[in-house]
Write a protein that binds this ligand. Structure first.
Ligand code: ADP
Ligand code: MG
Length: 287
């Protein structure tokens, strides 16, 4: 099961006290102003697609994901999942955050069962499904461990299993691998591609890593600096992506797309008044 997603001219502003908001937004009586985090985002994501979203820090990536997850409402515009406006969080969308967000008093197994309890899945089926998804994320034999007994990478695997277990059409991921070491990150990226291929979910994956975006996304939406708008959507054609034995990251196609996205982000940081042009890929996203 997978679902299509549409952002229709979506904007999101936050009311802030005047000192912070005055420069960027309209000042209101009473000393508050609107601070635009995301402006006029239109985007269509096909059912079953893997879309990566990359943009400078603070450009509104998490805000976009919160709108999709139903944790925030757009100030204007609409967000549709399967043609229906998002009205709040729901089991049709699974969310994985950078912080593992596991319940510390529950084992890996019981954490995965959590969403199934909300869906009133009978006990025995819950057990079986949790085992199945722990196995899918490579955690056979770790069902009875508590979060503090698991490494960062394993915790994130549990979080992914928990989101997948209630079979949402959409998997929303907000920099889920950012806190992991490089090697663990790469192996989880590979695993995620494998899981995506097996389950056919629609995946929206937020990252500030250019390599990560190129490696994972069938398309990469490059956002502008705040307020975030879609600057360009890059279609990434990577033969052999996700092959465990291939070295796709060293291919000329990979280098080409990495440079393409880096240039878009560099222009973005250079376009901001007072901001020096980024010289390295890491600077391009940390403006
Ligand atoms: P990103 O995830 O791309 O780093 P965010 O979506 O978290 O960016 O934030 C975009 C902008 O909106 C930032 O400047 C942030 O400070 C601001 N922002 C986010 N959430 C709120 C909020 N609840 N209230 C006020 N400002 C917010
Ligand atoms: Mg963020």
């Amino acid at each position: 099961m997978s679902s299509g997603i549409v952002f229709e001219q979506v904007s999101k502003s936050f009311p802030v006290r005047e000192e912070r908001g005055a420069r960027n937004g309209r000042t209101r009586k009473g000393g508050s102003a609107d601070f635009a985090a995301v402006r006029d985002v239109s985007l269509e994501i096909a059912a079953g697609e893997f879309l990566a979203v990359v943009g400078p820090s603070g450009c509104g990536k998490s805000t976009l994901l919160d709108l999709l997850g139903g944790l925030a409402e757009p100030t204007s515009g609409r967000v549709l999942v399967d043609g229906k406006p998002v009205r709040g969080p729901g089991l049709d969308r699974g969310v994985v955050f950078q912080q593992y967000a596991l319940l510390p008093w529950r084992t890996a197994q019981a954490n995965v069962e959590f969403g199934l309890e909300a869906k009133r899945v009978p006990r025995r089926e819950r057990r079986e499904r949790a085992r199945e998804y722990l196995s899918l994320v490579g955690l056979d034999g770790f069902a009875d461990r508590y979060p503090h007994e698991l490494s960062g990478g394993m915790k994130q695997r549990v979080a992914i299993a928990r989101s997948l277990a209630f079979d949402p059409g959409v998997l929303l991921m907000d920099e889920p691998f950012a806190a992991l070491d490089a090697q663990t990150r790469e192996s989880l990226q590979e695993e995620l591609l494998r899981i995506w291929q097996r389950t056919g979910k629609t995946v929206v994956f937020i990252t500030h890593g250019i390599d990560e975006a190129v490696y994972l996304g069938e398309r990469v939406a490059v956002l502008t600096a705040r307020p975030g708008r879609v600057k360009e959507i890059v279609t990434v054609d990577l033969p052999g992506r996700g092959d465990a034995d291939g070295d796709v990251r060293s291919s000329p196609e990979f280098a080409h797309h990495r440079h393409e996205i880096w240039s878009l982000l560099r222009d973005e940081s250079a376009a901001r008044p007072g901001a020096p042009a980024a010289r390295t890929e890491s600077e391009a996203v940390h403006v």
